[in-house]
Design a protein around this ligand. Structure first.
Ligand SMILES: Cc1cc2nc3c(=O)[nH]c(=O)nc-3n(C[C@H](O)[C@H](O)[C@H](O)COP(=O)(O)O)c2cc1C
Length: 187
């Protein structure tokens, strides 16, 4: 009995002096990865803002053959419609190190992009919590969220949140919208 009372006393003392609470905070700290594709910089800006807010690691998915000019635009739309995967450069990450993964893409033809299709197809999301996010020029993002969610769920990931940021005239406006979305919509 004396030992139990002594142990309780030590516990209360440690908590009071912050020893336990510091460990608790450390134990609770989530490791977050933000991974994205961006052709013209909007999704990159959003991804960087999320990474800054959550102190997360950041990785960019890049296509081997960049999509430039009008043909880059047209082929992008056609490939996205066809659910194609493009050739992407190797991305250096290990999902085992993360508790939460944000996957971001521009919306192309109401769908996710071929680069992100390729990234998802190469990645094992088993039991990973994922938040999907998009940037877009228009207003409709439900189809794209559904598209990426289904693709990630096929790879056994668990999509626990989503949001979309409309491209704005100013960077500051996009940063503000991103901050609001992360605070409101993400766990
Ligand atoms: C090929 C292509 C198709 C697009 N299709 C759509 C679309 O269906 N709906 C939409 O709202 N925006 C669409 N957009 C606009 C982009 O989603 C938007 O500009 C996005 O913010 C670009 O992101 P980025 O700068 O990261 O590349 C399209 C853009 C491209 C290049």
């Amino acid at each position: 009995m004396k030992k139990i009372i002594f142990a309780l006393f030590v516990c209360i003392l440690c908590q009071y002096t912050g020893v336990f609470s510091a460990d608790f905070k450390e134990g609770k700290k989530m490791k977050v990865l933000v991974i994205f594709y961006s052709r013209t910089g909007n999704t990159e800006l959003v991804a960087k803002t999320i990474a800054q807010m959550l102190n997360a690691d950041l990785r960019k998915v890049e296509e081997v053959k960049e999509r430039k000019g009008i043909w880059g635009f047209l082929s992008g739309g056609i490939d996205a419609l066809k659910n194609k995967c493009s050739d992407i450069k190797p991305v250096d990450f290990d999902l085992a190190n993360y508790d939460l993964v944000f996957v971001g893409s521009p919306i192309w033809a109401s769908k996710t992009t071929p680069a992100i299709n390729a990234f998802i197809s190469k990645t094992d999301f088993k039991n990973k919590n994922v938040v999907v996010f998009f940037t877009l020029g228009g207003n409709s993002f439900v189809g794209a969220v559904k598209d990426m969610t289904e693709k990630i769920e096929k790879k056994e990931g668990k999509v626990i949140g989503s949001f979309a940021i409309r491209s704005s005239k100013t960077k500051d406006e996009m940063i503000e919208k991103t901050k609001e979305a992360v605070k409101e919509r993400c766990p």
